[in-house]
Design a protein around this ligand. Structure first.
Ligand code: NAD
Ligand code: UGA
Length: 452
């Protein structure tokens, strides 16, 4: 990769991971973002969020000069062989995808891109977006420069996912351009052991064969959104069955684990609980719904998944209210987990924060704790919810504990220590990730979701 110059647009979760890996693999990488604060942190070899192994890669890449930061496209795009767009695609208030950043980036790059450079779209965009960008590129006399290359990494395992990927999808009309993107991944694949070692992460066990899939633009765009939508659907399906399990006395964990043993179904993403959050599933489901409606297609199944997901935090807080005698007013509740899942400091659409806010609304006194999150939670978290700096501080004298995220620190916390710290005994496991029997034996009143 030594000969390659790459510009990465957007220093977010995807852009930063991509830039760090490519730079450590030998490319010269320019990381562009209008957010100077983020770039300043990167220029010091650090990430603005917690992701295992990322700081080690950034530290190396900045130190050896392979990773450079820039705020102006002019500094980097004309020098680049490949420009990768990883700018944000949040949702609009109506749920549709906000493509302002995507088009602003493409517009500016189109003015500066020097053929035969290619423009690779990693941001998740609704089907039809690439075709519009191609029109814009053609108006700037750039032909065959656009490739859709959706990203499938998960936060918390971003580096591992980027090195041991299941599939690489490239979409577009020009086979040379597609081959150049594919080659980038083949080179990463070839160096993955060294890169993992540098990051200090453990490679996944077992054999791992990546699939390389070349399709047309529209299919590539749809593959990405549909992958997320299907995973979200699996979670909502499990949650809908959990509601039934709660009524009939079945254990949703045993039910879904066993259903998932059927290889045609698969066990992944069937964990019932407080529902999915994060910067992607909620907005990608609503974006797919909006894209469908634009074409006159009502994706009712996804609407149902979304509605159920949004109802789960309320269902859970209602359960807690019942367990605490019908009212939460004045009750001290400890909420563990403000990140939207373990392994990250990302709090976007965090179910933990939603539940904390519902507790405040019900007049409970909330003390929250997360091993990787403090100030990041503040904008979305109700002012009345306090953030503790240790698990003990959060648990101290609480009448109930609500575990919202399966952080290892929570899972390995001895059951008897929960008992020791709390003044009450209600233990609400909103991710069904604890051994209910062990908690009960220790003296807690264990409540799961769909496993009463
Ligand atoms: P993010 O919000 O963390 O980062 C986006 C960055 O883009 C911000 O730093 C912002 O300042 C920057 N930006 C905005 N306009 C810009 C411009 N014109 N030029 C350069 N930078 C600009 O977003 P993210 O979570 O990294 O997601 C990026 C895209 O990747 C989204 O489309 C998302 O759906 C998709 N995606 C995200 C993940 C994930 O795990 N976060 C995984 C797969 C795909
Ligand atoms: C997800 C996808 O897994 C990635 O493949 C994709 O690239 C990414 O979205 C994206 O497009 O941004 P991520 O949001 O990092 O990755 O997190 P996941 O591990 O998928 O979890 C999403 C949410 O679902 C979390 O809140 C998690 O706790 C929840 N979840 C997950 C469940 O409630 N049950 C499960 O069984 C699995």
């Amino acid at each position: 990769m030594d000969e390659l110059t790459v510009s990465v647009l957007g220093a977010g979760y995807v852009g930063l991971t991509t830039a760090a890996l490519l730079a450590c693999a030998g490319a010269t990488v320019y990381l562009l973002d209008p957010n100077e604060q983020r770039l300043k942190t990167v220029a010091n070899g650090k990430s603005f969020f917690y992701e295992q192994g990322l700081d080690a890669l950034l530290g190396r890449a900045v130190k050896n000069g392979r990773l450079r930061t820039a705020t102006h496209y002019q500094e980097a795009i004309p020098l680049s062989d490949i420009v990768i767009s990883a700018v944000g695609t949040p949702d609009n208030p109506d749920g549709s995808s906000n493509l302002n950043y995507v088009f602003a980036a493409a517009n500016e790059a189109a003015r500066l891109l020097k053929p035969p450079a290619i423009y690779v779209q990693k941001s998740t965009v609704p089907v039809g977006t690439g075709a519009k960008i191609i029109q814009l590129f053609e108006a700037a006399n750039l032909t065959n420069a656009y490739v859709s290359n959706p990203e499938f990494l998960r936060e918390g395992t971003a580096i591992q996912d980027s090195l041991w990927f299941d599939r690489v999808v490239v979409g577009g009309a020009d086979s040379d351009a597609l081959a150049r993107v594919t080659d980038l991944y083949k080179q990463l694949e070839g160096q993955r052991q060294q890169l993992a070692e540098l990051a200090g992460i453990t490679p996944p066990s077992g054999t791992h064969e990546a699939q390389y899939v070349a399709v047309n633009l529209e299919s590539a765009e749809l593959i990405k959104v549909v992958s997320n939508a299907f995973l979200a659907l699996k979670i909502s399906f499990a949650n809908s069955i959990a509601l039934l399990a709660d009524k009939v006395g079945a254990d949703i964990v045993q039910v879904m684990d066993t259903v998932g043993m059927d290889r045609r179904i698969g066990g992944a993403f069937l964990r019932a609980g407080r529902g999915y959050g994060g910067g992607c599933f909620p907005k990608d489901v609503s974006g797919l719904l909006a894209a469908g409606l634009e074409q006159g297609v009502e994706l009712e199944i996804m609407r149902a998944a979304q509605t159920l997901n949004e109802s789960m935090p309320g269902y859970i807080i209602e359960k807690l209210q019942q367990a605490l005698g019908g009212s939460l007013e004045g009750k001290k509740v400890s909420l563990l987990g403000l990140a939207f899942k373990a392994g990250t400091s990302d709090t976007r659409r965090s179910p933990g924060i939603t539940m904390a806010n519902l507790l405040v609304k019900a007049k409970a006194t909330v003390v929250a704790y997360d091993p990787a999150v403090a100030d990041e939670a503040r904008p979305a978290l109700h002012d009345a919810a306090r953030i503790a700096s240790t698990i003990e501080e959060a648990l101290k004298d609480a009448e109930a504990v609500v575990v919202a995220t399966d952080w290892p620190e929570f899972l390995s916390y001895p059951p008897e220590k929960f008992v020791e710290q709390l003044s009450g005994s209600v233990f609400l496991d909103t991710m069904n990730c604890f051994d209910g029997t062990a908690m009960t034996t220790a003296g807690m009143r264990y409540i799961g979701i769909g496993r009463n």
